[in-house]
Design a protein around this ligand. Structure first.
Ligand SMILES: [Zn+2]
Ligand SMILES: [Zn+2]
Length: 87
């Protein structure tokens, strides 16, 4: 079983994957920020939330204030009302 060193952005719920435990720790300590500028956290709760998102859980995930409609590890969460019209 391979281990991913991930952290969860507290703002956009992106879950970047790091190549080493050291980088994961840096992210957890605020030395590496999410690309949106948000804080990353790699506590067991946040890692559990990532697992739930990967498994397909949507709606109120973790501490978000608005329900998650779409999610990807690279794109983070988006709400359905913010969806592009396709133009
Ligand atoms: Zn973010
Ligand atoms: Zn956390």
């Amino acid at each position: 079983m391979s281990q991913d060193y991930q952290a969860l952005c507290q703002d956009c719920l992106r879950a970047p994957v790091f190549s080493s435990e050291l980088d994961q720790k840096k992210a957890h300590q605020g030395e590496i920020l999410c690309q949106c500028g948000g804080d990353l956290c790699a506590c067991s709760d946040c890692l559990h939330i990532i697992q739930e998102l990967v498994a397909g859980k949507r709606g109120y995930v973790g501490s978000v204030t608005s329900p998650v409609a779409e999610w990807s590890a690279h794109g983070g969460a988006s709400e359905s009302c913010q969806k592009d019209s396709g133009q």
